[in-house]
Design a protein around this ligand. Structure first.
Ligand code: ATR
Length: 279
């Protein structure tokens, strides 16, 4: 057990609301495992207090913070520099204090990519179907477009939002995204919608899932519940799949590495899954 003392460095997450966050548990667990003298707490910051909160981070010399809804976009104006990936996504989830300069990063896209790699899934030359076109879809699409898939198709209940996201992806990455389901088979199908998450527990983002079979890999970005209706139905069709826990953990691992400048051992992932999330 590490001791909090005069040399303890500070990390935190800010959001509104914030009480359900898993981040303090996960980051403090990593610090304890690694024997690093950091403490990570959570702060409820109302939108009108965001500027003061960031000034506080500077004044108190925090090593870094994670940023969650609703601050991920607006926080950018208070920072000294935005890393390219965060610039491309237009949102920041990690701020690192580099000797007084606050630099904004986004670890969501890389977190999702690492969770695919962890499951042996390559995206190169794959036909990929994305369900949903909201905030969660954007980092996934930007990341995939940068990893040379064969095709990306975005399907959304509100078609205009799918078209908007497709044109954003084309503009930022140069990759042309489709918005109609024109193929019989997709190698990877990803649910980025909130259908299946409380209070929509019984919902599934698509009705006809007959095109999903044992040659399909499915990823649901929802981690609570651990198995959505979408994931259950896909598995009944023989598909292999993962929920969003991997992304949650990897975006945190990458943020921790940025905060501390320490590369964590690969084994930390499985340790977090079992000891923090009990799975
Ligand atoms: P955020 O930007 O915070 O992710 P959002 O814009 O509400 O939130 O996006 C949620 C996504 O889930 C959207 O793609 C939404 O579809 P619409 O754009 O048509 O609203 C999708 N979604 C939510 N509930 C759904 C449902 N029951 N069936 C299908 N898609 C759903």
């Amino acid at each position: 057990m590490f001791e909090i003392n005069g040399r303890t460095k500070h990390l935190a997450i800010i959001g509104h609301p914030i009480e359900h966050t898993f981040s303090p548990k996960m980051h403090n667990f990593i610090s304890k495992k690694m024997g690093l003298n950091y403490i990570y707490t959570a702060f409820e910051v109302a939108p009108e207090d965001l500027g003061s909160a960031i000034a506080g981070i500077r004044a108190l010399g925090f090593s870094g913070i994670n940023v969650t809804a609703p601050h991920k976009r607006r926080v950018m104006q208070y920072l000294d520099e935005i890393a390219p990936q965060a610039q491309m996504l237009g949102t920041v989830n990690t701020v690192v204090n580099h000797n007084g300069r606050l630099i904004g990063y986004n670890t969501d896209a890389d977190g999702f990519y690492r969770s695919l790699l962890h499951n042996g899934i390559e995206t190169k030359n794959k036909d990929i179907l994305i369900l949903g076109a909201g905030g969660a879809a954007k980092p996934v699409c930007v990341m995939l477009a940068q990893h040379t898939p064969k095709s990306i198709t975005i399907l959304n209940r509100t078609v205009s939002k799918a078209e908007e996201l497709a044109s954003y992806i084309h503009k930022t990455t140069g990759f042309s995204v489709e918005t109609e389901k024109s193929r019989k088979h997709y190698d990877i199908v990803i649910n980025t919608t909130s259908a299946g998450m409380a209070p929509q527990l019984e919902r599934c983002p698509i009705e006809d899932m007959s095109f999903i079979d044992r040659n399909t890999f499915v990823a649901d970005m929802i981690y609570n519940p651990a198995q959505t209706v979408f994931l259950r139905r896909a598995k009944e069709n023989g598909a292999k799949g993962i929920n969003g826990l991997g992304m949650l953990i990897y975006q945190g691992i990458i943020a921790y590495e940025l905060f501390t400048g320490t590369i964590l051992p690969d084994s930390i992932y499985n340790t977090i899954v079992s000891e923090v999330f009990g799975q």
